[in-house]
Design a protein around this ligand. Structure first.
Ligand code: GAR
Length: 210
């Protein structure tokens, strides 16, 4: 099974979705290590409850960003990680870290990229009046919330939606999309050509809350 390193900063519900998927022995990946930049991230408790190794690496405890990220890379390598999954990791990664894990580093973002990169995606989607919103799993590139798209899922936006109600609808799809993206990668069904990923989607049920 592909060994996953999951980077978190908070709640860890997407981490939980990966842990739950991997509890099926036929799933082709497993969570080997969870790293948080915050000691009080609730996701750490989820990992511990599942018997998964955890590590808290606080940027403040390092001389600079490069040293912090080097410590993350060392820990991931020592854990035999083959794929790094950002799951609500709320820090921008440097070009050195992104290059070190080129095409072995993925992220989940709560919008249909390239629409709404950055923060407050649900409020901005409502503000923009879009009818469709959703989530994207993508390979990480240096520019924030860019990179080859692996999986997307769409949800409708209702005229009485609030950022909270829309966020909950999207999150439900995130919990399907992330395990699906990891599975497709682990099964060798994703190849990256330049700026886009080619995904062998045959037999994959569309992940959609529509
Ligand atoms: C998720 O909605 C994820 O898409 C988003 O943060 C949330 C984390 O929730 N990520 C970003 O906004 C990245 N810029 P979780 O901790 O429960 O998985």
């Amino acid at each position: 099974r592909v060994r996953l390193g999951v980077l978190i900063s908070g709640r860890g519900s997407n981490l939980q979705a990966l842990i739950d998927a991997a509890s099926d022995p036929t799933y082709p990946a497993e969570v080997a290590l969870v790293i948080s930049n915050k000691a009080d991230a609730a996701g750490l408790e989820r990992a511990r409850a599942a018997g998964i190794a955890t590590l808290v690496l606080k940027p403040k405890d390092f001389a600079n960003k490069a040293a912090h990220e080097a410590a993350m890379t060392t820990a991931l390598q020592e854990a035999g990680v083959g794929l790094v999954c950002l799951a609500g990791y709320m820090r921008l990664l440097s070009p050195v870290f992104v290059a070190a894990w080129h095409n072995r580093l993925i992220n989940i973002h709560p919008s249909l990229l390239p629409s709404f990169p950055g923060l407050d995606t649900h409020a901005r989607a409502i503000e923009a009046g879009v009818w469709l919103h959703g989530c994207t799993v993508h390979y990480v590139r240096v520019e924030m919330d860019t990179g080859p798209i692996i999986v997307q899922a769409a949800v409708p936006v209702g005229d009485d939606d609030t950022p909270d109600s829309l966020s909950a609808r999207v999150l439900e799809q995130e919990h399907k999309a992330y395990p699906l993206a990891v599975r497709l990668i682990a099964e060798g069904r994703v190849t990256v050509e330049g700026d886009r990923a080619l995904v062998k989607r045959a037999g994959v049920a569309l992940t959609t809350g529509l």
